[in-house]
Design a binder for this molecule. Structure first.
Ligand code: C5P
Length: 393
């Protein structure tokens, strides 16, 4: 799209220029750079770019005076009443906004004036997209876009595209650590899904390393430590659609057996293996956020995590759950052998010298022996709400 595009919205670049942006263009391309900062306030008849002007209303928060957009009565009869919608949501961020039948005036926000807010999107893709600019606020307050999937109407991967070009000072991480079969995986995956965050199942990395060790004919002892660590550092791993691929082969089921769990627990005691997997785990920390489960997420891998949860359940309860899980997969086993395996694994994980299983000092403890999965999820989301102080919508 060049400056001579026949799209009406191309005139948005004139408004952006008036606000101080530097815009260069050529055949079929545009390049936009920061010029004046703060942006310059404008008073604009936006009748010719009604949709794109919504973005100007959010840019106005970063201007040097009040910005007025006029002749926009059509905003009132779009996906939602956009004048009301923009005014309501801008006010949640702390802005002073005046609005009338066909205009909106937005006053800029001083750094101290920004407030954390959950932005309601009214099933309107443009509201979701333009308010993402509020996340660049100098106060560093969090901005949550509710129902972000509404962008699917015109730009399904809008947020992924934004995250490719944006760098965050800090990407939020929720750590869920705890012993074997405490339900970490289910809880962490669901919390990640509900928040739209990435998910790291760190145990799967140790499980795959254990599998790679077996296939290479090695044993998990100090004599093979360097060789196993070299395997771990170069694992040709891919996570796609809930599957774990090792060199393209689906090993999701192979790594879930009890024997693979034991191998994982053995390789995980080797310091060189843990070191080899460190950077790989930290690379999962990407926008918009990460939920990571394991044994040392809060203590070693992400010590600065925003929220740390230590999840436990009684050994009897955990053995029971694992039993049900295996039976449903047609794998026969006894409760007694499962319980002694669990306890052996807990003992090894807790007593090893590097990154032993233990709660981080600042972890919140959650015993889910008597809780349903939903109750555990609600508890974690409530804690998240407390540490990320979003105003309710
Ligand atoms: O969580 P999961 O049961 O899949 O983990 C398998 C084994 O991997 C654990 O018993 C533990 O020994 C090891 N592990 C670890 N550190 C992690 C995750 C798993 O040592 N962060």
């Amino acid at each position: 799209m060049g400056a001579d595009s026949i799209q009406g919205d191309i005139r948005f670049i004139d408004a952006a220029r008036q606000m101080g942006a530097q815009v260069d263009s050529g055949p079929n391309w545009l390049e936009v750079r920061r010029g004046a900062w703060p942006l310059k306030a404008i008073d604009l008849d936006a009748n010719h770019i009604p949709d794109a002007a919504m973005t100007l209303a959010v840019m106005a928060l970063y201007a040097d005076g009040p910005t007025t957009l006029r002749n926009i009565a059509s905003w009132r009869v779009k996906e939602t009443d956009r004048i009301d919608a923009m005014a309501n949501e801008l006010k949640k961020l702390g802005a002073t906004v005046e609005a009338g039948p066909d205009f909106i005036r937005v006053h800029p926000l001083a750094p101290a004036g920004w407030q954390p807010a959950s932005i309601h999107t009214y099933d309107d893709h443009r509201v979701a997209m333009c308010f993402s600019l509020a996340a660049f606020n100098p106060a560093g307050v969090p901005v949550r876009i509710l129902d972000p999937h509404c962008v699917a109407k015109t730009f399904p991967d809008y947020f992924e595209t934004l995250f490719l070009v944006a760098r965050a000072a800090e990407v939020p991480v929720i750590c869920i650590d705890g012993p074997t079969a405490s339900g970490k995986g289910t809880l962490a995956a669901e919390v990640a899904r509900l928040l739209g965050y990435h998910y790291l199942d760190s145990g799967s990395l140790y499980r795959v390393t254990g599998l790679a060790m077996r296939r290479a004919g090695l044993e998990a002892d100090a004599g093979h430590e360097a060789q196993i660590a070299a395997l771990a550092a170069a694992l040709p791993l891919q996570f796609t659609e809930g599957k774990v691929l090792l060199a393209g082969e689906d090993v999701s089921d192979d790594i879930r057996t009890e024997a693979a769990g034991m191998d994982a627990s053995r390789v995980s005691t080797l310091p060189a293996v843990r070191a080899a997997l460190l950077a790989l785990q930290q690379r999962f920390r990407r926008l918009p956020g990460l939920v990571a489960d394991g044994r040392d997420m809060g203590t070693v891998i992400f010590p600065d995590a925003t929220l740390k949860v230590f999840l436990t359940a009684s050994a009897a309860e955990r053995a029971e759950r694992r039993h049900k899980q295996l039976i449903s997969k047609g794998i026969s086993t006894t409760l007694d052998s499962l319980r002694s395996d669990l306890e052996a694994r807990d003992a090894r994980d807790s007593s090893r010298s590097v990154a032993p299983l233990k709660p981080a000092q600042d972890a919140r403890h959650l015993d889910n022996s008597q809780l349903s999965i939903e109750q555990s999820i609600d508890q974690v989301l409530e804690w998240w709400q407390q540490v990320q102080p979003f105003k309710s919508a």
